[in-house]
Design a protein around this ligand. Sequence first.
Ligand code: GDP
Ligand code: CA
Length: 340
Amino acid sequence: MDVAQTTADHLRASVALVKITVLSGGVGGARFLRGLREHLRLTRPDGGSPATTTAVVNTGDDMWLTGLRISPDLDSIMYTLAGENDEQRGWGRLGETERVSGELRAYGIGWPWFTLGDLDLGTHITRSHYLRSGLPLSEATARITSRWDLGVTLIPATDDEVETQVVVDGGSMHFQEWWTRHRATLAARSFVQDGVDTARPAPGVIEAIEDADVVVVAPSNPVVSIGTILGIPGIRDAVARTSASVVGVSPIINGAVVRGMADACLSAIGVETSALAVAEHYGARSQGGIIDAWLIDESDDAQLDALAAAGIRASAVPLWMRDLESSARLAGDAIAIAQR
Ligand code: GDP
Ligand code: CA
């Protein structure tokens, strides 16, 4: 594709845009959001009619640990957008130390395989303080994120405690134990979102989806990140009926996950690790699903015909978010296809 033309398309697409809502997990979602923010900065240099970006964030990985509420996906996004995340390690705070974790281990509390960094603990203590004083997670998140100039509003998908449990042979365990302690090596039979049936979308979630011009399903884990968000009663329906166009970005490139172990989650729900299979899993909105358009990697362009046959408008573009520039370009591609 002609580069100048693509940029012009991106420019035109963004100028008319006002509200963008992104359904997001942790690392993949954070990278996409950082790229989207950059794309909007580049295409709106005058700062006129700024686009508002809202991220509806998965909370299924959250848990209470050592008396503190941990929200890994919210924090991954916050640290990434604040420029405070450890790029080398891929998670947590830049310049982190682990003195407190050493003490917790010495006392024998917490999970020895789940290190809470000292700076990170500041966030968890603050969140737990707000929750204990009676504030919902969404308000706690608003207060915590107000410290940084994120350029994106973060809303937890729900204020209620919904925790993903992984069913393995002989029992079940919290998602974090399966993922971090066992590195997703125990065969998962299914995923159960404890508390999801009675959970309500957090204030602002449904509005953010209904009032958006574009809804993006981030390149996040389709099962435990996006699947958990969509499982909260009311959210899937809002995505299905919004007048926004809904575009998804494949977390799968060339039959493999890019970072992490999401393939272990997909196989547990019987979905093949391919961009096409994940798109079919989400389904075309015209046929009762949740997406109108889908971005796949250039290396997967052989799947374009099958996607069209499934009623999904698709485009093959570079999907690797290697740096800010490639992430921004991908965000621009997502907006462009949403508006096509
Ligand atoms: P988690 O909550 O930290 O596991 O992160 P997410 O749920 O947001 O995202 C995990 C997914 O992001 C994995 O399935 C990866 O394949 C995907 N992912 C990570 N980096 C990239 C990237 O550069 N490009 C694309 N397309 N997907 C990515
Ligand atoms: Ca996560």
